[in-house]
Design a protein around this ligand. Structure first.
Ligand SMILES: [Zn+2]
Length: 110
């Protein structure tokens, strides 16, 4: 059986089998990672996995999970956060749209 050496920040080097490792390969390399539960301290250890580490773990028998991160999750956000007042203003604006729509829509003649 293949033994994979990894490092726990608390315990140092640990030996794992491929099934004890979780490998997540994202469509954005910087989001790929591998993780395991340390047998000594039981902490979950999670570390980034670049292409070289992914190839090494896969060749060692670790099954890779594929993640597709949606583009909107990667958007850079700027500006202030939406406040409660902003949400109220939006709701009031929607109400004005309904009123305008009712005025512009021909009545059914009922
Ligand atoms: Zn540990």
């Amino acid at each position: 059986m293949t033994t994979i050496k990894a490092s726990c920040p608390t315990c140092g080097d640990v030996e794992l089998t491929p099934t004890q490792l979780r490998l997540v390969v994202a469509n954005v390399t910087e989001r790929s990672f591998y993780s395991f539960h340390c047998a000594k301290c039981t902490s979950e250890v999670r570390k980034p996995a670049d292409e070289e580490i992914v190839a090494l773990l896969v060749s060692g028998g670790v099954r890779a999970e594929r993640w597709t991160i949606p583009a909107e999750a990667l958007e850079v956000r700027a500006g202030d956060r939406i406040s409660y007042d902003d949400v109220l203003d939006f709701a009031l604006a929607l109400d004005r749209v309904d009123t305008l729509t009712a005025l512009l829509t021909p009545s059914s003649g009922a």
